[in-house]
Design a protein around this ligand. Structure first.
Ligand code: SF4
Length: 291
């Protein structure tokens, strides 16, 4: 397979075939993210993608799911995405679901009819890291989308019948905006009502604007327990219909897997107990955390 640079995928796509159809991220500006800073955004030529699909075909039915890399491959023109999805369905008929990263920009550019066509061609799930429900925080991190656009994104995906998995980022508002970040993220989750949601924890990565702001003393990452308090607020204050909510990404201090609203009281009880004890021995050691 032709892989250019570091390849990222959501935790739940760990067993998926990774097909890189674009390189980098067309936005590449989020303040905390260094995933594609070394790459210039390009769409891979069709013959390279086609060769990869043929190579995957030669492997036989080893994978049930396929993930389209890189950062925001949903930004590709609908015509190209349909060409890819149709080739996957034809050449790899054992693939049951195709996933992709998308956001307010990539979903915003497509009509519901285009998204429906993508769903009919095999696109099953869009992973959307909206990070915060607070517009001040979204501006601070240069996310390139607003809270209202996140709601419109969820509505469009639902109307098109595409599943939606969202990621939120604990601590990304810093100490100063911590409480409003948590409360507005809870209320945005309620409005978007996604079937899947995952919490990640901010890590200051050298070379990113957020790291540099922290070096200058303009951004202070909340402490570990303060970030768990954010998680507690988000779980306690959101009202979700049926959501698989987890914090089992490598970056988190306390892994949680839950079904909300069913497990809400239990998750809040666990978080309250851990926060009250304030014992770092209960948390994942720094050395075991990852991005
Ligand atoms: S977080 Fe996502 S949208 Fe933002 S720069 Fe990184 S890959 Fe691009």
């Amino acid at each position: 397979m032709d892989y250019v640079g570091r390849i990222f995928r959501p935790p739940s796509e760990a067993r998926s075939l990774l097909l890189q159809v674009s390189v980098g991220c067309s936005h590449n500006r989020c303040g905390y993210c260094d995933m594609y800073r070394d790459k210039r955004f390009t769409i891979k030529p069709w013959d390279v993608i086609e060769r990869d699909i043929q190579e995957a075909r030669a492997l036989g039915p080893r994978f049930e799911k396929l993930f389209l890399c890189d950062g925001d491959a949903l930004i590709l023109p609908t015509k190209r995405l349909l060409q890819i999805l149709e080739a996957v369905a034809r050449e790899l008929p054992w693939i049951q679901r195709v996933g992709v990263y998308g956001d307010t920009r990539s979903v915003g550019r497509k009509s519901v009819e285009e998204l429906k066509a993508l769903r009919e061609a095999g696109l099953g799930i869009v992973y959307h890291g909206f990070e915060s429900g607070d517009d001040e925080v979204l501006e601070l991190i240069d996310k390139g989308g607003t809270r209202a656009e996140c709601i419109a994104t969820a509505e469009k995906l639902t109307a098109a019948g595409i599943s939606h998995s969202v990621m939120i980022l604990l601590g990304v508002g810093g100490e100063e905006l911590s409480e409003q970040h948590a409360r507005n993220t809870a209320s945005l989750l309620t409005e978007m009502d996604p079937p899947y949601a995952g919490a990640l924890t901010t890590t200051l990565v050298p070379g990113t604007p957020l790291f540099e702001a922290a070096q200058r003393g303009e951004f202070r990452l909340p402490g570990k327990f303060r970030m768990l308090q954010e998680l507690r607020t988000i779980v306690a204050e959101s009202n979700l219909t049926a959501c698989r909510f987890s914090s089992n990404h490598a970056s988190n201090y306390l892994p949680i897997k839950s079904e909300l609203p069913r497990d809400k009281a239990e998750v809040v009880r666990i978080l309250d107990a851990v926060i009250a004890r304030g014992d770092e021995g209960l948390l994942k050691p720094e050395a075991f955390r990852g991005l």
